[in-house]
Design a protein around this ligand. Structure first.
Ligand SMILES: *[C@@H]1O[C@H](CO)[C@@H](O)[C@H](O)[C@H]1NC(C)=O
Ligand SMILES: *[C@@H]1O[C@H](CO)[C@@H](O)[C@H](O)[C@H]1NC(C)=O
Length: 341
């Protein structure tokens, strides 16, 4: 009995002494520093029996010895250090003290966080599309508060796990380098598959959280729209070819068989209207002979080689263009005839 009373008195006195000796505020408790998607947040709980009006001041410190002031005299129970100049490769711990008027508690330090190793990465945002007999995945990285996943972890890979709906125990996994579009081709047509994606950064302790499960069905070997596109392209090409062949048939046949074109031209010339003066003149002209005698000049009128045949023509009754269109020897002949007349 005496002993218990004694112990009670001792405890009481100890409490009184501690209260008197410290004369200061109790510090915050449960202080922890966390990082999600490259943020950095310090959180704590108020001390037991905290008086109203209690405020907190925080600081953060990297591997450098000096600490930097964080949030000052806030009533909230957390401070976001991301707003200060922190590095994605830095190693930090935070600390916090309670304040009431001029009274201050002692500082309480948090755990240390190495940003790129310990930040917790959110799942990627995954969309799955049916692409015929394969599935197309569209993968978006989670947004980081500072920098981006690609900048911080250049060699990140996606770990893709997929299984036929209802057969998760037979799931297959494979890793692909960081890219936004991934095709799952080793899947059966007309089947429903479920997909989950995780990011492995290679540097962080844990991979990202897995994305939510998304299921999508494959269809036939080829997507219907692909068939339509192929059919339209083939039709356009065929029509274009036909039009080209029809429009350029003559050129094409000449190219294939030049003799044909000569025939065509010959026929054309036969079919041409027979009213040209050249033709008339040729028809009216007497049969031409190969005559090599020099021009015989009788009387006073002469026509020199290369001279004005027109002049000669004008002096006769025939139209002048007759002489223009015949060859040298024919000219001679014509002249001879004219002269002989
Ligand atoms: C941010 O911190 C880096 C070092 O970590 C320093 O080089 C840079 O000058 C700082 N920028 C500002 C705006 O304080
Ligand atoms: C990929 O994810 C699956 C399922 O979560 C896991 O079993 C497998 O070990 C992972 N592979 C890699 C390379 O991380």
């Amino acid at each position: 009995m005496a002993a218990s009373i004694c112990a009670f008195i001792l405890t009481l006195s100890a409490l009184c002494v501690s209260r008197v000796v410290s004369g200061v505020l109790s510090p915050p408790i449960n202080v922890r520093l966390t990082s999600d998607d490259m943020d950095l947040v310090l959180r704590w709980d108020p001390p037991e029996g905290a008086p109203s009006g209690l405020v907190y001041t925080t600081a953060y410190q990297s591997s450098f010895p000096s600490s930097k002031t964080g949030c000052v005299k806030i009533s909230a129970l957390e401070c976001d250090f991301t707003q200060f100049n922190i590095s994605v490769y830095g190693s930090y711990f935070g600390k916090v003290q309670a304040q009431l008027g001029s009274e201050e508690s002692s500082w309480v330090e948090s755990n240390t966080i190495t940003m790129d190793k310990e930040t917790s990465i959110s799942p990627p945002n995954v969309h799955v599309f049916s692409s015929g007999a394969s599935l197309e995945l569209n993968i978006e990285d989670p947004a980081f508060r500072i920098s981006s996943l690609k900048n911080v972890y250049g060699i990140a890979t996606y770990n893709i796990t997929y299984w036929k709906d209802g057969f998760k125990e037979q799931a297959k996994s494979f890793s692909v380098p960081h890219q936004n579009r991934v095709f799952l081709s080793e899947v059966d047509p007309w089947s429903k598959y479920c997909v989950q994606v995780q990011i492995n950064t290679g540097r962080s302790v844990k991979p990202s959280k897995p994305s939510r499960v998304i299921c999508e069905s494959t269809t036939a070997e080829e997507a219907p729209w692909e068939k339509v596109v192929v059919a339209v392209v083939v039709m356009v090409v065929v029509v274009a070819l036909v039009v080209v062949v029809v429009v350029y048939w003559k050129h094409i046949s000449q190219f294939i068989n030049p003799k044909d074109l000569r025939d065509v031209k010959f026929k054309e010339s036969l079919l041409a209207p027979l009213n040209s003066s050249i033709y008339m003149a040729m028809r009216n002209a007497p049969p031409l002979e190969e005559v090599y005698h020099p021009v015989r000049v009788e009387g006073s009128r002469t026509v020199k080689e290369g001279g004005s045949l027109e002049a000669a023509g004008r002096s006769s009754n025939k139209p002048p263009d007759v002489t223009v269109c015949v060859g040298e020897k024919e000219k001679e002949e014509t002249e001879k005839h004219e002269i002989m007349k």
